[in-house]
Design a protein. Structure first.
Length: 148
C-alpha cells in the first residue's frame, strides 16, 4: 500500500507522498486542493456568477443578486477561502402566480490562491462585483542570484 499525504482537513486520499519524493512542504497546497474538492462537491449554481480574468494577477467575481440589498450580503476571506453569503432580511408573503427571481439564502465559496486578496467589492444594478488581485510580496518574487 502507498502512504498518502494527510492534510489538516483530514483528507487522506490525496497525492501519494512517494509519487514525487522531491516535493517538500506542499501540505498547504494539499489542504487547498481538499478545500476545493469540498467546495465543488456542493454543486450549487445559485446565485449565478462569472469569474473574469483581466490579466495574470487581476480577476473579478460577478454575482447576479437581483432582489438583494448591500445590507443583506456579506463577504469574508478566511484561510484563502472567499465566502459570499446572502440572507433576505424579510420574506415576502405575497401570493405569486410565477416566481422566477430567486431570493433564497445562499453561501458561495471560492478558494483563492496564495497572495490573492479582495481589492474591492461593489454592488451595481443587481450585480455584485468582487475585484481580486494577486499581490506577491517582494521577498517572494523570483530573484537572480549572482555567482561569486
Amino acid at each position: 500500500m502507498i502512504p498518502y499525504a494527510t492534510t489538516k482537513t483530514g483528507t487522506s486520499n490525496c497525492v501519494p507522498f512517494t509519487a514525487w519524493p522531491w516535493m517538500v512542504g506542499f501540505e498547504r497546497q494539499l489542504d487547498t486542493l481538499a478545500k476545493m474538492t469540498e467546495t465543488m462537491g456542493r454543486g450549487s449554481t445559485y446565485p449565478p456568477y462569472n469569474i473574469v480574468k483581466h490579466d495574470d494577477d487581476k480577476f473579478t467575481v460577478e454575482m447576479a443578486l437581483a432582489g438583494f440589498t448591500k445590507a443583506e450580503v456579506s463577504i469574508q476571506v478566511k484561510d484563502n477561502v472567499l465566502t459570499i453569503k446572502g440572507s433576505k432580511a424579510t420574506k415576502r408573503e405575497d401570493e405569486f402566480m410565477h416566481r422566477g427571481i430567486g431570493t433564497r439564502d445562499f453561501t458561495s465559496e471560492f478558494v483563492l490562491a496564495d497572495y490573492v486578496e479582495v481589492a474591492k467589492a461593489v454592488m451595481l444594478d443587481g450585480i455584485l462585483f468582487v475585484d481580486l488581485e494577486r499581490r506577491v510580496p517582494e521577498e517572494h518574487k523570483p530573484k537572480v542570484i549572482e555567482i561569486g
